[in-house]
Design a protein around this ligand. Structure first.
Ligand code: SF4
Ligand code: SF4
Ligand code: SF4
Length: 320
Protein backbone atom coordinates (compact mmCIF):
# COMPACT_ATOMS: atom_id res chain seq x y z
CA UNK A 1 0.00 0.00 0.00
CA UNK A 2 1.29 3.50 -0.86
CA UNK A 3 2.48 5.54 2.07
CA UNK A 4 0.55 8.73 2.96
CA UNK A 5 2.08 11.92 1.58
CA UNK A 6 3.32 14.64 3.93
CA UNK A 7 4.16 18.27 3.12
CA UNK A 8 5.74 20.86 5.39
CA UNK A 9 5.99 24.55 4.59
CA UNK A 10 7.19 27.77 6.18
CA UNK A 11 5.63 31.14 5.45
CA UNK A 12 6.42 34.18 7.69
CA UNK A 13 8.45 32.06 10.05
CA UNK A 14 11.77 32.04 11.89
CA UNK A 15 12.45 28.41 10.94
CA UNK A 16 12.09 27.25 14.55
CA UNK A 17 8.97 25.20 13.79
CA UNK A 18 10.85 23.26 11.11
CA UNK A 19 13.76 22.76 13.47
CA UNK A 20 11.28 21.45 16.07
CA UNK A 21 10.28 18.71 13.60
CA UNK A 22 13.96 17.87 13.09
CA UNK A 23 14.28 17.90 16.93
CA UNK A 24 12.22 14.74 17.08
CA UNK A 25 15.70 13.16 16.68
CA UNK A 26 15.52 9.45 15.83
CA UNK A 27 11.70 9.67 15.75
CA UNK A 28 12.06 11.63 12.50
CA UNK A 29 12.84 8.21 10.99
CA UNK A 30 9.48 6.93 12.29
CA UNK A 31 7.81 9.91 10.62
CA UNK A 32 9.71 9.20 7.39
CA UNK A 33 8.73 5.52 7.56
CA UNK A 34 5.05 6.44 8.04
CA UNK A 35 4.82 8.98 5.25
CA UNK A 36 6.55 10.09 2.06
CA UNK A 37 7.72 13.68 2.42
CA UNK A 38 6.73 15.33 -0.87
CA UNK A 39 7.54 18.97 -0.05
CA UNK A 40 9.67 20.52 2.72
CA UNK A 41 11.70 23.56 1.63
CA UNK A 42 14.04 23.50 4.66
CA UNK A 43 15.12 19.89 4.15
CA UNK A 44 14.14 18.48 0.75
CA UNK A 45 14.77 19.91 -2.73
CA UNK A 46 11.26 20.08 -4.17
CA UNK A 47 10.13 23.23 -5.95
CA UNK A 48 6.78 25.01 -6.23
CA UNK A 49 6.30 23.63 -9.76
CA UNK A 50 6.48 20.09 -8.32
CA UNK A 51 3.57 20.96 -5.98
CA UNK A 52 1.62 22.66 -8.78
CA UNK A 53 1.92 19.46 -10.84
CA UNK A 54 0.37 17.31 -8.08
CA UNK A 55 -3.27 16.32 -8.23
CA UNK A 56 -5.67 18.13 -5.92
CA UNK A 57 -5.99 16.44 -2.50
CA UNK A 58 -3.05 14.16 -3.25
CA UNK A 59 -1.14 15.33 -0.13
CA UNK A 60 -2.58 13.60 2.95
CA UNK A 61 -1.21 15.94 5.63
CA UNK A 62 0.28 19.43 5.37
CA UNK A 63 2.02 21.02 8.37
CA UNK A 64 2.06 24.75 7.60
CA UNK A 65 4.09 27.00 9.88
CA UNK A 66 4.45 30.76 9.82
CA UNK A 67 1.97 33.59 9.39
CA UNK A 68 0.86 35.05 6.05
CA UNK A 69 2.29 38.47 5.25
CA UNK A 70 3.10 38.40 1.54
CA UNK A 71 1.44 37.54 -1.76
CA UNK A 72 3.82 34.59 -2.21
CA UNK A 73 2.88 33.10 1.17
CA UNK A 74 -0.82 33.59 0.41
CA UNK A 75 -0.42 31.92 -2.98
CA UNK A 76 1.41 28.89 -1.53
CA UNK A 77 -1.09 28.57 1.34
CA UNK A 78 -3.91 28.39 -1.24
CA UNK A 79 -1.91 25.99 -3.43
CA UNK A 80 -1.17 23.64 -0.51
CA UNK A 81 -4.80 23.87 0.62
CA UNK A 82 -5.95 22.70 -2.83
CA UNK A 83 -3.44 19.85 -2.83
CA UNK A 84 -3.94 18.69 0.80
CA UNK A 85 -6.63 16.63 2.47
CA UNK A 86 -5.69 17.82 5.97
CA UNK A 87 -4.18 21.23 6.65
CA UNK A 88 -2.59 21.90 10.04
CA UNK A 89 -1.72 25.36 11.35
CA UNK A 90 1.56 24.39 12.94
CA UNK A 91 3.03 26.69 15.58
CA UNK A 92 1.99 30.00 17.11
CA UNK A 93 2.66 32.06 13.95
CA UNK A 94 0.35 29.97 11.75
CA UNK A 95 -2.27 29.64 14.51
CA UNK A 96 -2.40 33.20 15.88
CA UNK A 97 -0.02 35.35 13.80
CA UNK A 98 2.78 34.95 16.36
CA UNK A 99 5.75 37.28 16.61
CA UNK A 100 5.52 38.39 12.91
CA UNK A 101 2.02 39.74 13.62
CA UNK A 102 3.46 42.32 16.02
CA UNK A 103 3.99 44.15 12.70
CA UNK A 104 0.24 44.82 12.85
CA UNK A 105 1.09 47.61 15.29
CA UNK A 106 2.50 49.32 12.19
CA UNK A 107 1.90 48.95 8.44
CA UNK A 108 3.95 48.37 5.29
CA UNK A 109 4.81 52.05 4.89
CA UNK A 110 5.93 52.35 8.52
CA UNK A 111 7.97 49.13 8.30
CA UNK A 112 9.72 50.19 5.07
CA UNK A 113 10.41 53.62 6.56
CA UNK A 114 12.05 52.09 9.64
CA UNK A 115 13.85 49.15 8.04
CA UNK A 116 15.13 50.72 4.82
CA UNK A 117 15.39 54.44 5.62
CA UNK A 118 15.82 55.07 9.35
CA UNK A 119 17.67 52.08 10.81
CA UNK A 120 21.08 53.37 11.96
CA UNK A 121 22.87 50.38 10.44
CA UNK A 122 21.63 51.31 6.93
CA UNK A 123 23.51 53.05 4.17
CA UNK A 124 20.76 53.86 1.68
CA UNK A 125 21.41 57.34 0.34
CA UNK A 126 19.13 56.88 -2.65
CA UNK A 127 16.23 55.94 -0.33
CA UNK A 128 15.56 52.66 -2.14
CA UNK A 129 12.66 50.58 -0.83
CA UNK A 130 11.42 47.26 -2.27
CA UNK A 131 9.05 47.55 -5.24
CA UNK A 132 6.79 44.84 -6.60
CA UNK A 133 8.03 45.51 -10.15
CA UNK A 134 11.44 46.89 -11.12
CA UNK A 135 12.66 47.54 -14.65
CA UNK A 136 16.26 46.55 -15.38
CA UNK A 137 18.01 46.43 -18.77
CA UNK A 138 17.35 42.69 -18.98
CA UNK A 139 13.60 43.06 -18.40
CA UNK A 140 11.22 43.38 -15.45
CA UNK A 141 11.91 41.88 -12.03
CA UNK A 142 9.09 41.01 -9.68
CA UNK A 143 9.02 40.64 -5.89
CA UNK A 144 6.11 39.35 -3.78
CA UNK A 145 3.94 42.10 -2.29
CA UNK A 146 4.35 42.66 1.45
CA UNK A 147 0.87 43.00 2.99
CA UNK A 148 -0.11 45.85 5.30
CA UNK A 149 -1.59 43.33 7.73
CA UNK A 150 -0.18 39.98 8.89
CA UNK A 151 -2.77 37.18 8.80
CA UNK A 152 -3.16 33.79 10.47
CA UNK A 153 -3.33 30.73 8.21
CA UNK A 154 -7.05 30.25 8.97
CA UNK A 155 -7.73 33.83 7.84
CA UNK A 156 -6.51 32.79 4.37
CA UNK A 157 -7.59 29.15 3.91
CA UNK A 158 -9.65 26.53 5.73
CA UNK A 159 -7.65 24.72 8.40
CA UNK A 160 -8.52 21.35 9.95
CA UNK A 161 -6.24 21.35 13.03
CA UNK A 162 -4.15 23.71 15.14
CA UNK A 163 -0.90 22.77 16.90
CA UNK A 164 0.18 25.74 19.04
CA UNK A 165 3.56 26.61 20.55
CA UNK A 166 6.63 28.62 19.65
CA UNK A 167 7.67 26.12 18.49
CA UNK A 168 5.30 23.18 19.16
CA UNK A 169 6.94 20.80 21.66
CA UNK A 170 8.26 17.49 20.35
CA UNK A 171 5.71 15.38 22.28
CA UNK A 172 2.81 17.25 20.64
CA UNK A 173 4.38 16.80 17.19
CA UNK A 174 4.68 13.05 17.83
CA UNK A 175 1.11 12.96 19.18
CA UNK A 176 -0.15 14.57 15.96
CA UNK A 177 1.79 12.06 13.85
CA UNK A 178 0.43 9.13 15.91
CA UNK A 179 -3.15 10.42 15.63
CA UNK A 180 -2.70 10.82 11.89
CA UNK A 181 -1.06 7.42 11.42
CA UNK A 182 -3.78 5.64 13.40
CA UNK A 183 -6.57 7.58 11.61
CA UNK A 184 -7.73 8.90 14.99
CA UNK A 185 -7.49 12.64 14.39
CA UNK A 186 -10.09 14.45 16.51
CA UNK A 187 -12.99 16.59 15.37
CA UNK A 188 -12.10 19.10 12.66
CA UNK A 189 -11.26 22.48 14.23
CA UNK A 190 -9.54 20.89 17.26
CA UNK A 191 -6.45 22.31 18.89
CA UNK A 192 -3.95 19.50 19.53
CA UNK A 193 -3.03 20.52 23.09
CA UNK A 194 -4.68 20.61 26.52
CA UNK A 195 -8.20 21.89 27.13
CA UNK A 196 -7.12 23.49 30.41
CA UNK A 197 -5.34 26.76 31.10
CA UNK A 198 -1.64 26.70 31.89
CA UNK A 199 -2.49 27.82 35.46
CA UNK A 200 -4.67 24.71 35.86
CA UNK A 201 -1.61 22.57 35.10
CA UNK A 202 0.90 24.63 37.10
CA UNK A 203 1.87 23.20 40.49
CA UNK A 204 3.18 26.46 41.94
CA UNK A 205 1.69 27.67 45.25
CA UNK A 206 -1.12 30.18 44.73
CA UNK A 207 -1.89 32.22 47.83
CA UNK A 208 -4.45 34.63 46.40
CA UNK A 209 -1.99 37.44 47.19
CA UNK A 210 -2.46 40.91 45.77
CA UNK A 211 0.46 42.67 44.08
CA UNK A 212 1.50 46.28 44.38
CA UNK A 213 4.06 46.47 41.60
CA UNK A 214 5.30 44.61 38.53
CA UNK A 215 8.82 43.34 37.97
CA UNK A 216 10.61 42.43 34.76
CA UNK A 217 12.20 38.96 35.00
CA UNK A 218 15.74 40.39 35.35
CA UNK A 219 14.73 42.62 38.30
CA UNK A 220 13.90 39.81 40.71
CA UNK A 221 14.96 36.24 41.47
CA UNK A 222 11.60 34.55 41.77
CA UNK A 223 10.75 31.99 44.44
CA UNK A 224 10.60 28.75 42.38
CA UNK A 225 7.72 27.41 44.48
CA UNK A 226 5.32 30.35 44.28
CA UNK A 227 3.10 31.63 41.48
CA UNK A 228 5.10 34.09 39.39
CA UNK A 229 2.15 36.41 38.84
CA UNK A 230 1.67 36.67 42.61
CA UNK A 231 5.34 37.70 42.81
CA UNK A 232 4.63 40.61 40.44
CA UNK A 233 6.01 39.01 37.26
CA UNK A 234 3.67 39.12 34.27
CA UNK A 235 2.94 35.46 33.60
CA UNK A 236 0.41 34.74 30.83
CA UNK A 237 -0.67 31.43 32.44
CA UNK A 238 -4.26 32.52 33.26
CA UNK A 239 -4.84 33.47 29.61
CA UNK A 240 -2.95 30.62 27.94
CA UNK A 241 -3.84 27.11 26.89
CA UNK A 242 -1.93 24.34 28.66
CA UNK A 243 -0.16 21.40 27.08
CA UNK A 244 3.40 22.69 26.65
CA UNK A 245 4.73 20.76 29.65
CA UNK A 246 5.17 24.07 31.55
CA UNK A 247 8.38 24.66 29.60
CA UNK A 248 9.05 28.23 30.81
CA UNK A 249 7.57 27.86 34.30
CA UNK A 250 9.91 24.94 35.05
CA UNK A 251 12.84 27.15 34.06
CA UNK A 252 11.55 29.73 36.60
CA UNK A 253 10.50 32.03 33.78
CA UNK A 254 7.02 33.43 33.18
CA UNK A 255 4.77 32.11 30.44
CA UNK A 256 4.66 34.43 27.41
CA UNK A 257 1.50 32.94 25.98
CA UNK A 258 2.72 30.94 22.97
CA UNK A 259 -0.06 28.33 23.25
CA UNK A 260 -2.69 30.98 22.58
CA UNK A 261 -5.97 31.46 24.41
CA UNK A 262 -7.59 28.59 26.32
CA UNK A 263 -11.00 27.24 25.24
CA UNK A 264 -13.77 29.81 25.62
CA UNK A 265 -11.44 32.83 25.59
CA UNK A 266 -11.84 34.99 22.52
CA UNK A 267 -9.10 37.53 23.20
CA UNK A 268 -5.96 36.40 25.04
CA UNK A 269 -4.71 39.95 25.70
CA UNK A 270 -8.01 41.13 27.20
CA UNK A 271 -8.14 38.03 29.41
CA UNK A 272 -4.61 38.72 30.65
CA UNK A 273 -5.39 42.38 31.41
CA UNK A 274 -8.37 41.21 33.43
CA UNK A 275 -6.28 38.58 35.31
CA UNK A 276 -3.64 41.17 36.27
CA UNK A 277 -6.25 43.77 37.24
CA UNK A 278 -7.92 41.21 39.54
CA UNK A 279 -4.79 40.73 41.65
CA UNK A 280 -3.50 44.30 41.57
CA UNK A 281 -3.94 46.15 44.83
CA UNK A 282 -3.84 49.65 43.37
CA UNK A 283 -6.74 51.50 44.90
CA UNK A 284 -6.84 54.64 42.81
CA UNK A 285 -6.23 55.86 39.30
CA UNK A 286 -2.77 57.16 40.18
CA UNK A 287 -1.58 53.75 41.42
CA UNK A 288 -3.07 51.90 38.44
CA UNK A 289 -1.33 54.34 36.08
CA UNK A 290 1.93 53.71 37.99
CA UNK A 291 1.52 49.95 37.43
CA UNK A 292 0.82 50.38 33.71
CA UNK A 293 3.85 52.69 33.44
CA UNK A 294 6.00 50.00 35.07
CA UNK A 295 5.17 47.63 32.24
CA UNK A 296 7.51 47.92 29.28
CA UNK A 297 5.57 47.45 26.02
CA UNK A 298 2.15 46.47 27.44
CA UNK A 299 0.57 45.93 23.98
CA UNK A 300 3.45 43.64 22.95
CA UNK A 301 3.23 41.83 26.29
CA UNK A 302 -0.51 41.17 26.08
CA UNK A 303 -0.53 40.34 22.36
CA UNK A 304 2.97 38.89 21.87
CA UNK A 305 1.73 35.87 19.92
CA UNK A 306 -1.94 36.59 19.28
CA UNK A 307 -2.46 40.04 17.76
CA UNK A 308 -3.57 38.82 14.30
CA UNK A 309 -6.10 36.46 15.90
CA UNK A 310 -7.32 38.92 18.55
CA UNK A 311 -10.38 41.14 18.48
CA UNK A 312 -8.04 44.04 17.64
CA UNK A 313 -6.32 42.24 14.72
CA UNK A 314 -4.20 45.33 14.05
CA UNK A 315 -3.61 48.92 15.10
CA UNK A 316 -5.70 51.42 13.15
CA UNK A 317 -3.23 53.59 11.24
CA UNK A 318 -4.26 57.08 10.21
CA UNK A 319 -3.24 57.45 6.53
CA UNK A 320 -1.66 60.83 5.81
S1 SF4 B 1 5.90 29.73 16.09
FE1 SF4 B 1 7.86 30.41 16.95
S2 SF4 B 1 9.33 28.85 16.27
FE2 SF4 B 1 7.51 28.68 14.94
S3 SF4 B 1 7.95 30.00 13.19
FE3 SF4 B 1 6.80 31.22 14.67
S4 SF4 B 1 8.43 32.28 15.86
FE4 SF4 B 1 9.41 30.56 14.83
S1 SF4 C 1 0.29 32.63 36.68
FE1 SF4 C 1 2.03 31.45 35.93
S2 SF4 C 1 3.14 30.84 37.74
FE2 SF4 C 1 1.11 31.47 38.41
S3 SF4 C 1 -0.08 29.59 38.46
FE3 SF4 C 1 -0.38 30.51 36.45
S4 SF4 C 1 1.15 29.55 35.15
FE4 SF4 C 1 1.76 29.16 37.28
S1 SF4 D 1 5.09 28.30 29.39
FE1 SF4 D 1 3.88 29.61 28.02
S2 SF4 D 1 5.36 30.62 26.67
FE2 SF4 D 1 6.40 28.89 27.68
S3 SF4 D 1 6.14 27.20 26.21
FE3 SF4 D 1 4.44 27.07 27.66
S4 SF4 D 1 2.77 28.23 26.68
FE4 SF4 D 1 4.66 28.78 25.63
Amino acid sequence: MAKPKLALYWAASCGGCDVAVLDTNEKILDIASLADIVFWPIAVDFKYHHVRAMENKSIDLCLFNGAIRSSEQEEIAKLLRDKSKVMVAFGACACFGGIPALANFSNREGIFQRVYLEAPSNSNESGTVPLIQTKVPEGELELPELFDTVLTLAQVVDVEYFVPGCPPPVDLILKLVELFASSSLPQVGSVIASDKTLCDECKRKKEEKKITRLYRPHEIIPDPERCLLEQGIVCCGPATRGGCGLRCIEANMPCRGCFGPPPGVVDQGAKLVSAIASIYQGGDQHEIKKMVDEMVDPAGTFYRFGLADSMLRRKRIQKT
